[in-house]
Design a protein around this ligand. Structure first.
Ligand code: ZN
Length: 84
């Protein structure tokens, strides 16, 4: 016989997205879809350090300000496959 019981479990759930650069809270489904989360672990030759955990959350405005000078983007080429 298996007997079940009920217990309350605490878990972390999404509450807010706050940009690490401008500190603004990102509101709304459409804006949240365009917010960016970076999670990497530095490798042996990493500028951050071997095994260093790097975490950064950015709103789309800050991402554009940071990389638009050198990134490649073209609004006319939608749905481009970057895997090939
Ligand atoms: Zn921002």
């Amino acid at each position: 016989m298996i007997i079940y019981k009920t217990e309350t479990v605490e878990e972390e759930i999404f509450d807010k997205f706050i940009c690490d650069r401008c500190k603004k809270e990102v509101f709304g489904v459409m804006e949240l879809q365009e917010a960016y989360t970076i999670r990497i672990i530095g490798g042996y030759a990493s500028v951050f350090g071997d095994g260093c955990k790097v975490a950064c959350d950015l709103c789309q405005q800050c991402l554009k300000e940071l990389i638009s000078d050198f990134c490649i983007y073209n609004a006319d080429e939608k749905e481009e496959n970057y895997d090939t």
